[in-house]
Write a protein that binds this ligand. Structure first.
Ligand SMILES: *Cc1c(COP(=O)(O)O)cnc(C)c1O
Length: 239
């Protein structure tokens, strides 16, 4: 097996172990492979090892990869910032967007989603720990935005996404992830019977460093990059 294949297997074992410890069904946690900065060949290797869902941050880079890999049955998740003048790239090329934090952006994505494609699957990004320079809406504003986004015609509201600040230990990771899960549960409850809220089923949280705590706290989708593809060069400019 290739290195990427071996790494993927290792991440699957980590997820399965965390699920067993949490008393959760392993099928309740989806793995999103974050392929930002890695080329189409790396994505092909991951696909050959059984991975179909990929996350990307940088839109230009992502669109090139998506176009180069049209022969494979992959789903693409936008997990990077979306400037409003780039929303069309997301609406036309991706299956999911995890970083929606305003009605204005959601409206643009809905308007721009091609009618020939399935609705764009949406997670609202929540600034769960008040991180100063982080995007995402405040927890108190999530329900109101969710109910509005859920009604947009070319979107399916699927859930919430969080990126907490790195924590010093497992207990602190768990505490912040539990706040995300509690918010997710509260929005799920409050949304019962509301238009467009029936598909609200996804809590996107946990990365290479903290996936065990995220699974323990109730994540349904972990976004893992470096444990699968290796270390990355320093961050590029968004775009
Ligand atoms: C890069 C990135 C990830 C993956 O991070 P790793 O630490 O490499 O697993 C997950 N989510 C978001 C939003 C990212 O930008």
């Amino acid at each position: 097996m290739t290195t990427i294949g071996n790494n993927l297997q290792g991440v699957r074992v980590r997820i399965a172990t965390a699920c067993a410890q949490a008393g959760r069904d392993v099928r309740s946690v989806a793995l999103l492979a974050v392929s930002k900065t890695f080329d189409a060949g790396a994505v092909r290797e991951a696909h050959a090892a059984g991975q179909a869902a990929f996350g990307e941050n940088y839109l230009q880079e992502a669109v090139e990869k998506i176009n180069a890999l049209r022969d494979l049955p992959l789903t693409w998740h936008c997990i990077g910032p979306i400037q409003s003048n780039k929303s069309r790239l997301v609406a036309e090329h991706f299956d999911w967007a995890h970083t929606v934090a305003s009605l204005r952006l959601a409206q643009r994505l809905s308007d721009q989603r091609p009618t020939g494609r399935l609705p764009l699957q949406i997670c609202l990004q929540v600034n769960i720990d008040g991180g100063a320079n982080k995007s995402g809406i405040a927890p108190d504003d999530v329900l109101a935005l969710a109910l509005q986004v859920a009604r947009l015609p070319r979107l399916h509201l699927r859930g919430l996404m969080t990126i907490p600040e790195p924590q010093p230990d497992f207990a602190s990771e768990l505490a912040v992830h539990r706040r995300s899960r509690a918010l997710f549960d509260a929005v799920t409850d409050a949304g019962k019977g509301e238009e467009g809220m029936a598909r609200f089923d996804t809590l996107s949280m946990g990365m290479t460093a903290d996936l065990e705590a995220a699974v323990q706290a109730g994540s349904t989708m972990v976004r893992v990059g470096s444990a699968i593809f290796g270390g990355r060069a320093p961050a590029r400019q968004p775009g």
